[in-house]
Design a protein around this ligand. Structure first.
Ligand SMILES: [Zn+2]
Length: 131
């Protein structure tokens, strides 16, 4: 009897979606981050395209290294940006906060730390182990 009740409780609990309020919170946060990264990316690209940066021969080496670092950062930010866009898309579709692998709910505390998590903790760990 206790087991049946527990199962019931568990099932109800696992089907529970994020509340509208929680979704709005994540949506606003994601959009804010998206804007921030987009602004930063734009500025960075403008800087990289600005030929005035190369002042004299001696600066070339350090600029090359600078650009290399910038490119890494740019790529990283572009990756984050696409993750954010994917999350926003998921919010629109109503699948946000659901693990892409096992389709279980992702812990809300985890989402708060990393808003564009696509996997729950155990799937993430599995993936990390494999790579
Ligand atoms: Zn999972």
């Amino acid at each position: 009897m206790t087991v049946a009740l527990d199962n019931n409780y568990y099932n109800q609990n696992s089907e529970e979606q994020l509340s509208q309020e929680e979704l709005n919170y994540f949506k606003e946060e994601l959009e804010r981050q998206k804007e921030k990264i987009e602004t930063r990316l734009k500025r960075r690209i403008e800087e990289l395209n600005n030929p005035d940066e190369a002042k004299d021969e001696g600066d070339h080496a350090s600029i090359a290294i600078d650009n290399l670092t910038s490119n890494t950062i740019l790529r990283e930010q572009q990756r984050t940006l696409s993750q954010i866009k994917r999350s926003l898309n998921k919010i629109a579709l109503g699948t946000y906060g659901i693990c892409s692998m096992c389709e279980e709910k992702i812990d809300i505390e985890r989402l708060k730390i990393q808003m564009f998590s696509e996997y729950c903790v155990s799937c993430r760990n599995e993936l990390d182990k494999r790579s």
